[in-house]
Design a binder for this molecule. Structure first.
Ligand code: GCU
Length: 342
């Protein structure tokens, strides 16, 4: 969707949704409308999981709450949806962890390149409340908090016409990154020219050659059509960045104890369904990209990529010493799964 059109929709959404009831519009039936926004298509594991949440909550509390899920940036870009959630104009949205570091420095941790040694260590860390707790709660003063995480796989580089075999191949290329200082810094250390922009603008930017490539999981090739333009996808495995389901704090605090328990169960369901769906969705995306879009998958030595941005770990820990104990807990999960590297 074109940026101006989206901005207009965002403005309309903000005006229509801005109620003083924590974003809960009241229906004739008396049920409050709960709005959840995300930026993926209706085929995506995230949408499927949120639909399961909708059915679950409405089955248990249908007389009180009517859940509405808005896919495909219908409520604005992720940045805009976070702001809507913050003010309570909507109740929930899914945001990439990348964006959240501008709301709380604690989120910087999960954006570090090569933080997790394997997907097992990544999943174990994200399931460890000692690790996620202090991070998920850290935006409460800003008006929102994280209620669960979603898998977004591994981020890798893909380009229109340059196979990326080593960091040297990124030199001189404009690569779209998410709007986060950590991602800009990573890209610059790897030698490419970081071009931050919202997810919804990437396809047009690739097509019109404003950028030479981007970085994301395999779903972006198929579900967002990036593989129609980019023919090389290179598994340098630079980040495993989770998506985060965030909620407006006033809305959560306004739930009764019993309702809150049901919502908590619903958040676990979102996590479970999304992760189950994710595994087959990525497999299918890879197959489709290869066979229907003609994307070539490359498997470079990841060491030179890792070495190029290794200094970011120490620099971040020096800048945010409170994150050191959490970083160390992640290292324990890395060690636990060191033989099962994936
Ligand atoms: C992934 C992720 C999204 C994010 C997007 C991006 O698709 O799941 O939450 O917005 O990457 O690169 O912006």
């Amino acid at each position: 969707m074109k940026t101006t059109k989206r901005r207009l929709l965002f403005l309309i959404a903000a005006i229509c949704l801005g109620t003083s009831l924590g974003g809960c519009g009241q229906q004739d039936s008396g049920a409050a409308i709960i709005r959840i926004g995300h930026n993926q298509s209706t085929n995506h594991p995230t949408h499927i999981a949120l639909t399961a949440f909708e059915s679950f909550i409405e089955e248990k509390l249908g007389d009180k709450y009517n859940i509405e899920v808005f896919p495909s940036e219908l409520l604005g870009s992720q940045n805009e949806m976070v702001q809507l959630t913050q003010t309570g104009a909507i109740n929930f949205c899914v945001a990439s962890n990348s964006l959240l570091e501008t709301f709380s420095e604690n989120y910087t941790l999960f954006n570090l390149p090569y933080l997790f040694d394997s997907s097992e260590a990544y999943h174990a860390s994200m399931d460890d409340e000692n690790i996620t707790g202090p991070i998920f709660e850290s935006t409460k003063t800003a008006g929102f908090e994280a209620v669960t995480w979603l898998d977004a796989g591994t981020r890798n580089f893909y380009t229109v016409s340059t196979p990326i075999e080593s960091p040297a191949d990124l030199k001189g290329l404009k690569i779209r990154v998410q709007q986060s200082p950590t991602n800009v810094q990573m890209m610059n250390l790897l030698g490419g020219s970081a071009t931050p922009m919202g997810f919804g603008d990437v396809y047009t930017a690739l097509q019109s050659k404003i950028i030479d490539g981007a970085e994301n999981n395999e779903m972006a090739l198929t579900d967002n059509g990036h593989g129609d333009v980019c023919k090389y996808y290179s598994y340098d495995m630079h980040q495993m960045i989770p998506d985060i389901l965030i909620a407006n704090c006033d809305f959560l605090d306004g739930l009764s104890e019993e309702e809150r328990a049901i919502f908590e169960e619903g958040f676990q369901l979102v996590n479970q369904v999304q992760r189950e769906e994710w595994v087959s969705a990525v497999e299918k995306a890879k197959e489709r990209a290869q066979n229907e879009q003609g994307v070539q998958f490359l498997y470079p030595d990841i060491k030179p990529f890792q070495e190029a941005c290794a200094s970011m770990h120490e620099a971040m820990l020096e800048q945010y010493p409170d994150l050191v104990p959490i970083y160390e807990m992640i290292q324990m999960h890395n060690e636990e799964f060191s033989s099962g590297n994936s």
